[in-house]
Write a protein that binds this ligand. Structure first.
Ligand code: NAP
Ligand code: MG
Length: 484
């Protein structure tokens, strides 16, 4: 296979519908975390390139893209979604090599990207304003308008899914986008830009500027021509972005990860729960904002759950993305070192089981064996901090009140799930849990693009996915006409 996305040189930016060299002429190495080798070089975009991208987005808004009707935007998005589906294998391979995710996960991400475009293509002409009954002599109505240029800063863990949910919704509402992918994961973003262009997206409606967060990302956040910023990533950078956006009073959507619990009661269907308990922690090697990294279990079924989870963990295999095992490498040596730091802090804990890194895994890869800790105190850092690796902790509880206290006892609030057959308890818990999404007798509901998603507390604010995202990516204008 070619490493080049759609045969385009990845050391370029995509600006105004064309491949443009970064103005500095500099590039950055892109590493394959399965073996540590360099895949290619990518553009080191900086402030000048961001400026050119914002100008291209402004030109698109003043031109064909800004003039497109909602129905036309919807048709274009749907066409891009169909075009993505003709490139499933290529996109999946690019992503697997770039970020180390097993091929089946990468393929699932491509399908999710296509589904977002299908959904937002269909939704583009469905968000209407209202007429509001008011004083005699007035007609009042509301208009949904795009913000203008939207900035999108995304991480490396699910590039295609996050492009789908954020670029898809922003384009549906008529914004023009500037996307800064993570330096560790640019290839599918660049390939997507070409696919979208070929499928009919007007020049400048989507611009991609790869580069470092502290350079291209910071320049995008600070640019006075950007009217909305959507960020997914770490709490620290999210805080910085919100502060910088305050300079121009620009709205931000922040999706900053979590410490999401699954709460298993004594009346749960344990066999149904078990695959979710483990998979939600190790999917994408645990590098998932909505990963379930805490498993809270009622003391009556505690030993049984731990034993069953441990037996699954012992069978888990980590290896190269292309080997398509349970778990790939982490995205980088840096991420592996972060996770190893947490494992070191867990030295005094009870390790119930650990999966294996296969012998064929190249020595230069960023591997980490999936690890399960039990009897972890809720205040321990492994039960409080986002690890972003294949590590889960199991915590016992005695009753519903204590389960709520532990589940809500972190600074995060992204996702939670309840395993119980008791309907009244399901409803009480769903209300009591501090989270943007609560699942009952499942975890993640298959990741549905229709389901509004986002957090509270350190998990961030604003909602993406579903119809709700369209409100965030648009501005409401109220028109009050006096006619006597
Ligand atoms: P990160 O630094 O927050 O990166 C996310 C995005 O922000 C990347 O595109 C990054 O660019 C960019 N960025 C970095 N500094 C910036 C700045 N000053 N201004 C504007 N943009 C900036 O996350 P990370 O370092 O990759 O991962 C660290 C930790 O964050 C993980 O261990 C995990 O806990 C958390 N995380 C959470 C999510 C999530 O889905 N919520 C995703 C990823 C990471 P570059 O990467 O190119 O520098
Ligand atoms: Mg990479």
């Amino acid at each position: 296979m070619t490493l080049r996305p759609m045969n385009i040189d990845p050391a370029f930016c995509f600006i105004g519908g064309a491949w443009v060299a970064p103005q500095s002429g500099q590039s950055l190495p892109l590493i394959n975390p399965s073996d540590g080798t360099q895949l290619c070089e990518i553009a080191r975009g900086q402030g000048d390139d961001i400026h050119a991208a914002v100008a291209a987005a402004e030109a698109a808004l003043a031109g064909d893209w800004g003039k497109a009707t909602a129905a036309e935007r919807g048709r274009i998005l749907a066409a891009i979604g169909r075009a993505v589906l003709t490139h499933v294998d290529h996109l999946a391979e690019l992503e697997a090599m770039d970020v180390g995710k097993p091929l089946k996960q990468a393929r699932a991400d491509v399908l999710a990207l296509a589904r977002y475009l299908e959904f937002y293509g269909g939704a583009a002409d469905k968000l209407h304003g209202e007429t509001i009954p008011y004083l005699d002599g007035y007609t009042v109505y509301t208009l949904r308008e795009p913000h203008g240029v939207t900035g999108h800063i995304i991480p490396w863990n699910y590039p295609m899914q996050i492009i789908g949910r954020s670029i898809g919704a922003a384009l549906a509402m008529g914004n023009a986008c500037v996307l800064k992918p993570a330096e560790e994961a640019c290839l599918t973003a660049l390939a997507f830009a070409q696919i979208a262009h070929d499928a009919g997206l007007p020049a400048g409606a989507l611009n991609v500027v790869p580069g470092l967060g502290a350079e291209a990302g910071a320049a995008l956040t600070a640019h006075s021509g950007v009217h909305h910023i959507s960020f997914t990533g770490s709490v620290g950078v999210g805080r910085l972005i919100q502060q910088t956006a305050a300079t121009h009073i620009v709205p931000v959507t922040l999706e900053l990860g979590g410490k999401s619990p699954q709460v298993v009661f004594e009346d749960a269907d344990l066999d149904a729960a078990l695959p979710f308990l483990v998979n939600a922690g190790i999917q994408n090697a645990g590098q998932t904002c909505s990963a379930s990294s805490r498993i809270l279990v009622h003391h009556k079924v505690y030993d049984e759950v731990v034993e069953k989870m441990a037996s699954r963990y012992s069978a888990l295999r980590a290896g190269p993305a292309m080997a398509d095992l349970d778990v790939g490498p982490l995205v980088s040596d840096r991420q592996r070192d972060i996770v190893q730091g947490f494992l070191d802090q867990g030295k005094d804990l009870t390790m119930a089981a650990q999966g294996k890194v296969v012998d064929e895994a190249p020595a230069g890869g960023a591997y980490c064996a999936p690890t399960l800790f039990t009897d972890v105190a809720p205040e321990h850092c492994l039960a409080q901090d986002e690890i972003f690796g294949p590590v889960q902790v199991v915590i016992p509880f005695d009753d519903e009140a204590q389960a709520i206290e532990i589940a809500n006892g972190t600074d995060f609030g992204l996702v939670a799930s309840i395993w119980s057959r008791d309907g009244a308890r399901q409803m009480r818990m769903a209300k009591a849990l501090r989270a943007g999404q609560v699942f009952v007798n499942n975890y993640g509901a298959g990741g549905g693009v229709e389901l509004p998603f986002g957090g509270t507390g350190l998990s961030g604010h604003g909602r993406e996915k579903g119809f709700e995202a369209l409100y965030g990516f648009s501005m409401l204008k109220t028109v009050a006409a006096y006619h006597g």
